[in-house]
Design a protein around this ligand. Structure first.
Ligand SMILES: Cc1cc2nc3c(=O)[nH]c(=O)nc-3n(C[C@H](O)[C@H](O)[C@H](O)COP(=O)(O)OP(=O)(O)OC[C@H]3O[C@@H](n4cnc5c(N)ncnc54)[C@H](O)[C@@H]3O)c2cc1C
Length: 408
């Protein structure tokens, strides 16, 4: 029988919230363990924010070189070495993983590498390289993250599509990348590959790109993509996929249209990593989409177990996961910090960037909030003119009353 190792704080999944909580609490003298499947530092630095932004930067350089003549600087048309592009991405990631590993070791928590699952209400079993271990904690935190969802479309799995993980490691430039999904991840990847020189088609089932944004924002983004000759199929539901990504793929739409490409990228939502890890044994409940049910202090239905980050249904940004850490820390230290009225700023790293904080205009209208709107085209901003980046606009609104943390 494997003996049970006891910790004050046990964390399953080492995302932004979990690793920060572990370092903080271990530095403060608590006995802490983190069970992590293998991504030291979590998704953000390994397969998400950092590598995408590194790829986006290479793409931005290519785009700038292509229009360098407009600045009075002549240069050859860029030639793209995808091996070097993905190599640079890998170097940036490796540097951050090494820095995380060093910080983990210095803080003194136990990093237990391997896949963890509950085998008793408060016991997590980890099957790692060093054999099987069983761990328990006075307080247990789940920071499991999400992965790319592969919708149940006939032929899609068989086509072995790319997700962001594989796309970020490509050492060849797709001749034609077909992207299923016009959300933030799809937009960043689509524009980056277009700027690197691939033909790109985005297939979006809704009527606009960036579904959560106001129609004028979506329309400005669509204008940018169309100016770059990215083909857009909106209101487009995929009926079936044939072929294989990396060779040749055909995406057939329900309305009969067909899109052919060399590579297929799926960016059609995220699914939480909550299945088949015994959460039901622990008494942790899930919502209909598999996200862990938590209260405003991130406590699950199981006493002494909290959930943090995306798998707990928190907005899908690293800085939100970091804020979940602050809430967890506050709870441990007797504070009362909550997720209530949390205002989440975010940025989508297309060119020019799109960023928002607060309710959208559409949200305000739906809520029946009277507001005053200020709208300024970027063309009116002298700095934008000096950069020759005159597309887009800024808008801001205020309202006379306080609305759940906003306004007044
Ligand atoms: C392509 C892409 C780009 C993004 N860009 C941005 C951006 O620019 N800005 C931004 O703010 N956000 C961005 N995000 C979102 C951001 O990456 C996440 O919100 C952030 O990483 C926080 O995730 P998390 O803390 O919930 O979990 P994660 O960081 O995903 O960590 C969960 C960890 O749990 C581990 N794990 C899961 N199950 C188990 C198990 N059973 N046993 C052991 N270990 C387990 C996983 O290996 C993983 O390391 C992006 C996401 C994607 C996919």
């Amino acid at each position: 029988m494997v003996p049970i190792e006891r910790y004050e704080i046990l964390i399953l999944g080492g995302g932004k919230a979990g690793k920060t909580l572990a370092m903080d609490q271990a530095s403060g003298g608590r006995r802490v363990a983190v069970v992590e499947a293998g991504m030291i530092g979590g998704s953000c630095i390994n397969v998400a924010c950092i590598p995408t932004k590194t790829l986006v930067r290479s793409a931005a350089v290519a785009a700038l070189v292509r229009r360098s003549g407009a600045f009075g600087v002549s240069s050859e048309a860029p030639s793209i070495d995808m091996g070097r592009v993905s190599g640079r991405t890998a170097e940036v990631v490796a540097g951050m993983v090494a820095a995380n590993a060093k910080a983990f070791a210095e803080s003194g928590f136990d990093l237990v590498l391997g896949w963890g699952r509950f085998v008793e209400p408060r016991v997590i079993e980890v099957a790692g390289e060093g054999g099987t271990r069983r761990l328990t904690g006075e307080r247990i935190f789940l920071n499991l993250g999400t992965r790319a969802a592969i919708p149940p479309i006939p032929g899609l799995r068989e086509a072995v599509p790319l997700t962001h993980v594989e796309a970020l490691a490509l050492d060849v430039l797709p001749s034609h990348l077909v992207v299923i999904g016009g959300g933030y991840i799809g937009l960043e990847m689509a524009q980056a590959f277009r700027h690197l020189g691939a033909e790109v088609t985005i297939i979006e089932r809704g009527p606009q790109l960036a579904a959560r944004e106001d129609a004028d924002v979506a329309s400005a983004i669509q204008g940018l993509f169309q100016a770059d000759n990215v083909a857009l199929a909106l209101d487009a539901r995929v009926a079936r996929v044939s072929g294989r990504s990396g060779e040749s793929v055909t995406v057939e739409l329900e309305d009969g249209r067909c899109v052919n490409g060399s590579h297929l990228l799926v960016a059609a939502g995220r699914e939480p990593m909550t299945r088949e890890i015994g959460l039901e044994l622990a008494g942790v409940t899930l919502d209909a989409h598999g996200f862990i049910e938590v209260d405003e202090h991130l406590a699950t239905r199981a006493p002494g177990i909290w959930a943090l980050g995306e798998a707990a249904g928190s907005p899908m940004f690293t800085h939100v996961s970091l804020d979940d850490y602050r809430i967890a820390k506050s709870g441990i230290e007797g504070g009362s910090r909550t997720t209530r009225s949390r205002i989440v700023p975010y940025c989508v790293f297309i060119e020019p960037e799109f960023a928002r904080v607060g309710l959208s205009e559409r949200d305000a209208q739906r809520a029946g909030i009277a507001y005053r709107l200020a709208r300024l085209p970027m063309d009116a901003v002298p700095r934008a003119r000096t950069l020759s980046e005159r597309e887009g606009f800024m808008k801001a609104w205020d309202c006379p009353v306080s609305v759940d943390g906003y306004g007044a």
